[in-house]
Design a protein around this ligand. Structure first.
Ligand SMILES: *Cc1c(COP(=O)(O)O)cnc(C)c1O
Length: 733
């Protein structure tokens, strides 16, 4: 437990760091894009405008590509970065990529919708070959002149991701450079292409597919790749090199741009040779910049980009209405500033509106919360499926809010990976799953009140028959009700006695019961002592004998099941139709030291996190918390943590500890309702607001639910199902 020395906070995840330079430049880049579409300097000097909008402003889009590469693509490169010294061979996580793609696609969809009125007004939908044109525009060109960027970044990211699957090193870089060079020939260097007939034919063919080569295949990859390589570079580039490199390459960029312009070489002017080194040095330079953290810039710049064509229309319209055309339109600089201002206002309202909506909704991670790792859930399901006999279906037990994991979300995730059998304890749990769209069969283990029988039918739930008397009440309801028959073989909780064949027969003779299955529950399947094994075997035998008898009488008891988690792990040879898996599905066993006959690789799904409120130093003799049960024997540094027994941390937990920065910090004094105190004397650099781990893994250390359960005299089942309502759940894919 003491071997953690390198773990330092903030270094494990690239995304968590602040990159102020990048955030500030997002705003500049957004205004440069507005400039490209408004040509602010035309009324002053057209060459100046060319330099500003067709050369300088051309850094904007590559910058955004590089940001994407930096944060999203970098995750797929081998990590030997100075930014991330601890993690060099982690398996790449595709979650940020999918999240990014989904977010961008959503944004693109919304942006297209917003501009439909403009499209309608401009007669866009009346063009010839509309369907083909629309398809090409959605895939490459954008349905509005500025929207091409969104499909370009989506195709670019997908394309680079595929390239990366082939090669992670130089080939990968080389291909994206070659594509960029090919793109140049269709863009700024088209003059060259035109002079070579075969080449011209090739490009003319390409231009039937898309209007420009500045797209996700020719333009985006090199910048995405560059951003990713910078994120993973071994050392930062020194400030002097950044500045020198940037100045030198941008001078060359100016010369290149002006020459191409003067010789009329450009079909379009997005791509230049010297844009690549200029961007490289600019981006490195921005990484040096540290300012005030201002995250709204991300939203602001996005809104400015999406909305500025709308602002252009509005400014023009307004100018006409007010008769201010000379001022607001023909003075290009004023026009530009007006469009910028209006876009900013839109951005401001959006950010303000979002804040307003979010107000009153406290941050889930503000105090203490539960993290649910859905990857681990899927992993555990696969592990179980690998040991269950072929014809045995995994019935996921999601009672008690899926053992504290959130029953709706857990069941829906299980649905996604093909699990369609569920069990709950109560009617309302079943109804809740159905109302939220959980598919498959849902068995209720417990008692349902006759008043609620109609809901059994309405929500297609399967009721457990607990004995003959209850079966008769169910039958009296009048409509067909689906049931499983519970047979008591020794647990003596629910079920008709196994040896009361006449009662069982009577149940089978009830007309309104649709009997789909029969089951029993083992009471000591977790124990491998001789005595308990014998008892379990007897239970199993009783069950099968009863089933045999029923069969002999001509009754069909349907699908059979006996095992819960321990039943499967200790009696895997049983071949049932279902296995009712609860606790182990969530990656934990009931008790820390349970040995099972088969062991599978289970991964805990749930963790609990909280925060440090404050730290303080106490003197020798000072006591901590109610009852003054802890007294410091010397000067100690302590911290107060935002979680207590009302959140489900057992008050009687003994020898408890919390993970702070990866180090175990003992809980001292009594656990309070909403807080607890820990000793952090030996842990360096603990600060208020820091996130600590109450259950789960933190850097290299782990606090298992089993440990906490054991040290508070209970089992994980109780610990997890009693986690408090105040803890909200965050799901991690
Ligand atoms: C809760 C329950 C289960 C699941 O038990 P685990 O030990 O959590 O796997 C199975 N069957 C019945 C009848 C139950 O009540």
């Amino acid at each position: 437990m003491n071997h953690i020395t390198t773990a330092r906070k903030g270094q494990t995840n690239l995304i968590k760091e602040n990159y102020d330079g990048l955030d500030y430049f997002r705003m500049i880049a957004a205004f440069l894009i507005v400039a490209i579409h408004t040509s602010p300097l035309t009324s002053i000097n057209t060459t100046a405008d060319f330099v500003f909008t067709r050369i300088i402003a051309r850094v904007a889009v590559p910058f955004f590509f590089m940001v994407t590469g930096f944060f999203i693509i970098s995750g797929f490169l081998k990590d030997n970065s100075f930014r991330n010294p601890d993690k060099y061979s982690v398996k790449p996580d595709t979650a940020p990529l999918t999240k990014f793609l989904k977010k961008t696609a959503d944004l693109y969809g919304i942006a297209m919708l917003i501009y439909i009125p403009v499209n309608l007004y401009s007669g866009y939908f009346k063009q010839n070959n509309m369907f083909l044109k629309l398809l090409k525009d959605i895939l490459f060109n954008g349905t509005m002149y500025h929207l091409w960027y969104l499909p370009a970044v989506i195709t670019g990211v997908l394309f680079v991701y595929l390239l990366l699957k082939i090669n992670k090193g130089t080939v990968f870089l080389l291909i994206s450079i070659i594509l960029y060079l090919a793109g140049l020939l269709g863009d700024s260097y088209y003059g060259l292409t035109e002079s070579i007939p075969i080449l011209k034919n090739c490009y003319d063919f390409l231009f039937q597919l898309f209007d420009y080569t500045r797209n996700g295949i020719f333009y985006a990859p090199v910048f995405l790749v560059m951003g990713a390589f910078i994120a993973r570079s071994v050392k930062p580039l020194s400030l002097r090199k950044c500045i020198a490199g940037f100045i030198a390459s941008s001078v060359l960029l100016f010369i290149e741009g002006l020459l191409l312009h003067a010789h009329n070489m450009q079909r379009h002017d997005s791509m230049y040779l010297f844009l690549i080194p200029s961007m490289y040095f600019l981006f490195q330079l921005l990484l040096h910049f540290k300012g005030n953290y201002y995250r709204s810039f991300r939203t602001f710049s996005m809104i400015i980009y999406i909305i500025h064509p709308f602002a252009i229309i509005l400014v023009r319209g307004l100018a006409k209405v007010l008769g201010l055309e000379d001022f607001l339109i023909y003075n290009s600089l004023i026009h530009y500033l007006a469009v910028c201002l209006l876009s900013l206002v839109f951005g401001y309202f959006y950010v303000y509106a979002i804040r307003h909506i979010k107000q009153g909704k406290p941050d889930i991670k503000g105090r203490a919360w539960i993290e649910i790792n859905l990857n681990h859930l899927r992993h555990n399901v696969k592990e179980f499926q690998s040991i269950l006999p072929k014809n045995c279906t995994l019935m996921a037990v999601v009672k008690a809010n899926a053992y504290g994991h959130g029953d709706i979300r857990i069941s829906k995730e299980l649905n996604k990976i093909g699990v369609t059998s569920f069990a709950v304890a109560t009617l309302s749990e079943g109804v809740q799953l159905r109302k939220n769209g959980v598919k498959g069969e849902i068995l209720i283990f417990g008692y349902t009140h006759p008043q609620d029988f109609k809901l059994l039918v309405k929500y297609r739930l399967i009721q457990t028959v607990v004995d003959l008397e209850y079966a008769q009440i169910l039958n009296r309801y009048g409509s067909k009700i689906k049931v499983h028959i519970k047979i008591d073989t020794g647990m003596h909780r629910l079920g008709e006695n196994y040896n009361n064949i006449s009662n069982l027969e009577a149940i089978f003779n009830l007309k309104n019961l649709v009997i789909l299955g029969a089951y029993t529950h083992l009471s000591v399947s977790d124990s491998l002592t001789k005595e308990n094994t014998a008892f379990t075997k007897a239970q199993i035998e009783h069950f099968y004998k009863t089933i045999q008898n029923l069969n002999d009488f001509g009754y069909n008891p349907g699908r059979l099941h006996i095992q819960s988690s321990y039943g499967v792990l200790n009696y895997p040879e049983l071949s049932c139709d279902y296995a009712r898996i609860g606790i182990a599905l969530y990656g934990v066993l009931s008790s820390a030291y349970d040995k099972t006959r088969v062991s599978i690789d289970l991964k805990p799904v749930l963790s609990v996190k909280a925060r440090i409120v404050m730290t303080k130093t106490i003197e020798k003799g000072d006591a901590v918390s109610y009852g003054r049960t802890f007294t410091a024997s010397e000067e100690r540094k302590i911290a107060t943590v935002t979680i207590g027994y009302a959140d489900g941390i057992p008050r009687n937990l003994e020898d408890g500890y919390i993970l702070v920065n990866g180090y175990p910090a003992p809980i001292i004094g009594r656990i309070c309702m909403d807080q607890l105190m820990i000793d952090i004397t030996d842990i360096p650099g603990v600060e208020p607001d820091e996130i600590v781990t109450v259950i789960g893994i933190n850097e290299t250390n782990q606090i298992k639910a089993e440990e906490i359960a054991m040290n508070s005299g209970t089992i994980t089942n109780e610990l997890l199902t009693r986690l408090g309502n105040r803890l909200k759940r965050i799901y991690i894919n």
